[in-house]
Design a protein. Structure first.
Length: 437
């Protein structure tokens, strides 16, 4: 099923790039209208430890909105493995929700479909103004020079989470700051059925996030200045090989992680099966699985120099969730009211604190709740050492093509097949050819 979904995403993304932009999404037959906006449909992304957890978190907030406005919100929480495919299908069929969450890395791709409401000055003013939001968050909501296709909702960055007891038992007194240190520590931790590092080998988006950052550290990117794919550059190949080598060469990632795509690496971490994991805002998941805050720590993702920053010291992509409105919704006034509610100071503080993310709204971000040690790591990373993924129209196709290539390399490593510079380059060349068809 994963292969079928990946193929569907590629097909849809190619269709979009070829110009299937006029359909758009919109309100279902049960939705409201500007004259009588009684109902909105909302696709939320799975931010918490489970779909049910998200429903429990969001339902009381949606009830508040209904009490304030008289508009009922019909909620569906969509798993990340399905979300992009669902959105792409909605843009081509015209059958979608009124409001939806999107990964900010998809902004330019979905913007190119013409299906999403552009957030021009008038629309931003309707929700309190563009200047309420952190600049870097708005910059990841669409292509440069165009009105954003969405509004920032949750800001995220990657951190290295580590199990304090596992580190202490192995005689390690601090988290690694360089990749060499991470591998050295990982080898000390990988014994007696436990492993040093967790990964999600079948999670295409996560594969892209990790290899993008490593490519930055190798002085490379996956696109040139004109937006042309450069997947087979020396730096990109070295980045992907470094990532897969955590399993293939260094033996600090369990072979079974090649099949992980649904946060299983976080479950393993919470159960003490792995000692480290690279993730965005994992606190709520750890808590839901019984971990106490004092049992784990968060540190910046390693860089070769040990000091995160810009250029080759980038250690995270600018991660986050944006909120978009389908342009042909029959309930645009209600949709904008809902976006305004979800990006209000009160909701930003509550929801981002609950999910362990950082508010993209400046006044909410300044709240003391976001100065906790783990959140401070995310906040500082976003401010000082994160870079956005390429805001190119075919970004979603890039995630599918290269993410799948990395997934296949994980499978090779898990099966004991050699992972060489040549085999990595061959996989990436195939992905590049897919992009260029």
């Amino acid at each position: 099923m994963r292969t079928i979904r990946a193929a569907a995403a590629v097909t849809l993304a190619i269709s979009i790039a070829a110009g299937v932009t006029g359909c758009g999404g919109g309100t279902s037959a049960e939705g409201g209208s500007n004259d009588s906006p009684k109902t909105l449909t909302y696709w939320a992304s799975n931010q918490g430890p489970s779909i049910e957890a998200d429903k429990k978190i969001l339902t009381p907030e949606l009830k508040k909105f209904e009490e304030q406005t008289g508009i009922k919100v019909k909620l569906e929480v969509v798993p990340w493995a399905d979300l992009l495919n669902r959105i792409l299908a909605a843009t081509t069929s015209g059958q979608g929700p009124d409001v939806l969450n999107i990964g900010n890395t998809w902004s330019a791709s979905l913007q190119a479909t013409g299906a999403l409401l552009p957030w021009d000055k008038a629309n931003f003013d309707a929700i309190g103004g563009r200047d309420r939001f952190v600049d870097s968050a708005v910059a990841s909501a669409g292509a440069e020079g165009k009105d954003p296709s969405a509004v920032p909702l949750y800001s995220l960055a990657y951190a290295l989470y580590y199990n304090k007891k596992s580190f202490a038992d192995a005689g390690i007194d601090k988290p690694p700051a360089t990749w060499d240190e991470l591998v050295e520590d990982g080898k000390k931790l990988s014994k007696n059925g436990k492993w040093g590092l967790g990964a999600e080998g079948s999670n295409l988006s996560n594969n892209i996030h990790q290899t993008f950052v490593l490519a930055q550290q190798h002085g490379a990117d996956f696109f040139d200045a004109a937006g042309k794919p450069t997947f087979t550059s020396d730096g990109a190949v070295a980045a992907v090989k470094q990532y897969i080598d955590f399993m293939a060469k260094d033996k600090i990632v369990a072979p079974g992680n090649a099949e992980y795509a649904q946060n299983q690496s976080l479950t393993d971490f919470a159960k003490g099966k792995t000692a480290m994991v690279l993730w965005q805002a994992a606190a709520s998941t750890f808590a839901s699985q019984g971990m106490k805050p004092e049992e784990w720590g968060a540190a910046p993702v390693p860089v070769a120099s040990g000091t995160p920053g810009q250029g080759k010291n980038i250690n995270s992509m600018v991660a986050g969730i944006n909120m978009a409105v389908f342009k042909n919704t029959k309930n645009i006034d209600g949709a904008k009211k809902f976006v305004k509610f979800m990006t209000s100071d009160a909701e930003q503080k509550l929801l981002n604190k609950t999910y362990g993310s950082i508010p993209p709204v400046k006044t909410a971000q300044a709240d003391a709740a976001f100065s906790a040690p783990d959140l401070a790591v995310l906040r500082d990373t976003l401010a000082k050492s994160a870079a956005p993924l390429p805001q190119v129209p075919n970004e979603s196709q890039f995630e599918t093509a290269v993410g799948t290539a990395v997934k296949e390399l994980w499978a090779d490593a898990a099966a004991g097949r050699p992972v060489t510079t040549e085999s990595v380059k061959a996989r990436l060349e195939k992905a590049q050819q897919t992009m260029q068809q």
